[in-house]
Design a protein around this ligand. Structure first.
Ligand SMILES: Cc1cc2nc3c(=O)[nH]c(=O)nc-3n(C[C@H](O)[C@H](O)[C@H](O)COP(=O)(O)OP(=O)(O)OC[C@H]3O[C@@H](n4cnc5c(N)ncnc54)[C@H](O)[C@@H]3O)c2cc1C
Length: 395
């Protein structure tokens, strides 16, 4: 890790703004593909790039330490001539000058730039400012949550998305008393539809989680900056020791305002990370990628897409062919079940179940106008290649 220099240079080579999965993949692909240009990674966090999926799983469970999640040790960055600037945030982009300004006043001139600043958790206004409310995006937040959640902790999780449900599963294994509060009719209903969402609700209830759907927070009763009781929209009340807000993420792109780069629900990019600006690429959760089937830009939020898009952007920077397109996919682990999803369904797609959901081994195939749009696999990992082939053939 080198010290950040404030001085201007004629060209600082390839600059990567952001220090997570997409940043790391881009740097690794550049070096593996033969680039010997200078590479700089600017990472707002003080940690070296690390992997986030274990935060809500093994790290929260106490099975892995924070340092285990780092992709590479310091020697790797030195050996590969990669200047990793931790604790340095990008604060402004001047595309006409090919310049990036950092929060500490430094100016870097890039030949090519990757924007990979990820996302940050959405805030829930009624819960802002309480000491016992956390979100889970960083390793520091995960370690803090691990300290606070022990057997008997009354933990409320707001939002039954993937991260919220994973935290619920891990916290139950730690012996916490867990309540999940969700505004929609079922967990994950917006992504997987109500039929499969209801299966997730049942799974969590079977493990002792109180799953409260169609409810929002009406009022918070507090004492000494601690939220003590959540009063819900149906008149019920949930006493709490600790709260996690898991209502999704927003792309971390405010720093690009006034840069001229097109920002919607993320920086508008194609599947290979090209933006409308010359020599500026984007990948991962900071990017909104054009989806030809729906005709809209879809924000990134999953590991595999971030890794692929960053790999593609790195190869395009070098004038090489990007990897072949891949259907969107993700996985989640809950209560020892491996749950995988490939494709992109809409909530009103038809869904056909194969297998017995109560046996916790089944697949759900989503279709629209007779075409498969997505497949969900619960504990059927061997079927993933066939599911992927089906989705890629039909879309
Ligand atoms: C708890 C948790 C569990 C997850 N589990 C799964 C899972 O099971 N399956 C799955 O498919 N996906 C999962 N994901 C999603 C997956 O981790 C993300 O899609 C992936 O990390 C995106 O990578 P990224 O590089 O785009 O962003 P990030 O990993 O968020 O990295 C962005 C980095 O950029 C830094 N940064 C932000 N702003 C600036 C700035 N202005 N200048 C410099 N640096 C900046 C940030 O501090 C951060 O370090 C999970 C995410 C979380 C939080």
């Amino acid at each position: 890790m080198s010290n950040h220099r404030n001085g201007r240079r004629a060209d600082d080579g390839i600059v990567i703004a952001g220090g997570g999965l997409a940043a790391q993949r881009c740097a690794e692909t550049l070096r593996r593909s033969g680039s010997d240009e200078p590479i700089r990674i600017l990472c707002a966090e003080t940690h070296r790039p690390y992997d986030r999926p274990p935060l809500s799983k093994q790290l929260l469970a106490g099975e892995r330490a924070g340092a285990d999640l780092e992709f590479r040790d310091p020697a790797w960055y030195d050996a590969n001539g990669i200047d990793l600037l931790c604790g340095v945030a990008a604060s402004r982009l001047r595309p006409a000058e090919h310049q990036l300004v950092t929060a500490d006043g430094g100016v870097l001139r890039y030949s090519r730039l990757l924007v990979a600043t990820g996302g940050s958790p959405r805030l829930l206004t009624p819960l802002v400012g309480y000491d016992n409310v956390l979100a889970l995006r960083t390793v520091d937040e995960a370690l803090e949550l691990r300290r606070r959640v022990v057997a008997g902790t009354r933990l409320a999780i707001i939002g039954a998305g993937f991260v919220g449900l994973e935290i619920a599963a891990t916290a139950r294994a730690l012996g916490a008393d867990v309540t999940v509060i969700e505004a929609a009719p079922a967990p994950l209903a917006g992504v997987l539809g109500e039929t499969v969402g209801a299966w997730f609700a049942k799974l969590h209830r079977q493990h002792g989680v109180q799953v409260l759907t169609r409810r929002t927070i009406a009022r918070v009763e507090s004492q000494s900056a601690q939220a003590r009781v959540l009063h819900l929209s149906d008149g019920s009340a949930v006493p709490v020791d600790q709260i996690v807000v898991g209502i999704g993420t927003d792309p971390e792109v405010a720093w690009l305002a006034e840069s001229g780069v097109r920002v919607g629900r993320g920086i508008c990019a194609d599947a290979d990370g090209r933006t409308a600006l010359p020599d500026v690429f984007a990948a991962g959760d900071a990017a909104a990628t054009f989806d030809a089937s729906s005709g809209v830009y879809v924000p990134g939020s999953h590991w595999e897409a971030a890794a692929r898009q960053a790999t593609a952007a790195a190869r395009l920077m070098l004038g090489l062919e990007p990897p072949r397109p891949a259907a969107p996919s993700f996985w989640t682990d809950q209560y020892g079940l491996r749950i995988q999803y490939v494709g992109r369904s809409a909530p009103d797609d038809a869904v056909a179940i194969d297998g017995d959901p109560d046996s916790h081994s089944f697949s759900a195939t989503y279709t629209r106008a007779g075409c498969a749009t997505a497949v969900l696999l619960v504990n059927r990992p061997r079927q993933l290649p066939a599911a992927r082939a089906l989705i890629e053939k039909e879309n």
